[in-house]
Design a protein around this ligand. Structure first.
Ligand SMILES: NC(=O)c1ccc[n+]([C@@H]2O[C@H](COP(=O)([O-])OP(=O)(O)OC[C@H]3O[C@@H](n4cnc5c(N)ncnc54)[C@H](OP(=O)(O)O)[C@@H]3O)[C@@H](O)[C@H]2O)c1
Length: 271
């Protein structure tokens, strides 16, 4: 599996399993299956309500902890300094882990200065409870504010990114500042399967639209965290590394952007 190097020289596996919407027994079974197939990077969040289900899967595997990369996220209402420690401690207990590989601010909160949250997160990093720190859903101005306050701390910005939402400016800004993007909803929540260009390219090169979308991201050094619930989908999404990405497909996919944002609660102002 390809890994992407972060500014602190740690690495993030380029493909992970998104787990929003997966809960209880189904979540445990899907995570176990994913680990058996070779997934090592799991993406969760307090908000998904599945930490304990993921912990059950992790406790049943004999994969060494240092081979796994587990990301979770602090909810925006828990970003005040003291509350952030409480939240992080609860999340670790729920996950039955000693540390997060990556801890993110799930969503910026306009009422809590980002420096305050990052100060707490830096302390969590210093005492080993988080190996890497990042943010999610940060626009260029918000990312700039975070980087101005803690230039070395922010390694990742997890944002919606797929061929029909090609956030090139944000990607360029992140690249210049040594921040890696992780693409959430990399399959546009299933919309890639109805995209006529991706369907034609898929048939031509014997790849699924999911495989093309994921490889398009990975070629840009963006990590991707597709959610999948069946073995077939899990396998299909993992099989994106050992083939040549056709130049023509890459070229055509550059033209698919429609600013097609699927998740937009109003803050921050994405446009
Ligand atoms: N930071 C944030 O604010 C944020 C926001 C949204 C999402 N996320 C993260 O990003 C992850 C992924 O995003 P998402 O769940 O919104 O959408 P997504 O990964 O773009 O799409 C998931 C959908 O695609 C289907 N699918 C997956 N692989 C497939 C394949 N090979 N063939 C056919 N269908 C396939 C899934 O169906 P099945 O389930 O039936 O396999 C599911 O319906 C989330 O789970 C979460 O971890 C983060």
């Amino acid at each position: 599996m390809k890994e992407i190097e972060l500014k602190n020289e740690n690495k993030i596996p380029a493909l992970g399993l998104g787990t929003s919407g997966l809960k209880g027994k189904e979540c445990t079974e899907v995570v176990k299956q994913a680990l058996e197939l070779g997934y090592r990077h799991l993406d969760t969040a307090d908000m998904y309500g599945n930490h304990q289900a993921i912990a059950r899967a992790l406790n049943e595997t004999d994969i060494d902890r240092d081979q796994l990369f587990i990301t979770s996220k602090i909810q925006s209402q828990d970003l005040e300094y003291k509350q952030l420690f409480k939240s992080a401690a609860r999340l670790l207990t729920e996950l039955d882990l000693k540390y997060f590989d990556l801890l993110l601010i799930h969503w910026p909160n306009p009422d809590i200065p980002v420096e305050e949250s990052l100060k707490a997160m830096q302390e969590l990093k210093a005492d080993g409870r988080a190996i890497n720190i990042g943010v999610s859903n940060f626009t260029i101005p918000l990312l700039k504010e975070a980087l101005d306050a803690y230039p070395d701390l922010i390694t990742v910005n997890q944002v919606e990114f797929h061929p029909t939402l090609y956030q090139k400016e944000l990607l360029d800004f992140a690249f210049k500042n040594d921040v890696i993007l992780t693409a959430y909803s990399p399959l546009a929540q299933g919309e890639v399967f109805n995209n006529s260009v991706l369907k034609v390219l898929g048939e031509k090169y014997d790849k699924t639209p999911a495989q093309l979308a994921l490889r398009w991201l990975i070629e840009k050094n963006i990590a991707a965290i597709p959610r999948a619930s069946s073995k077939e989908h899990l396998k299909n999404n993992l099989d994106v590394f050992d083939w040549n990405f056709p130049v023509e497909a890459a070229r055509e996919m550059e033209l698919l952007d429609q600013n097609n944002r699927l998740i937009d609660p109003g803050y921050p102002d994405f446009d």
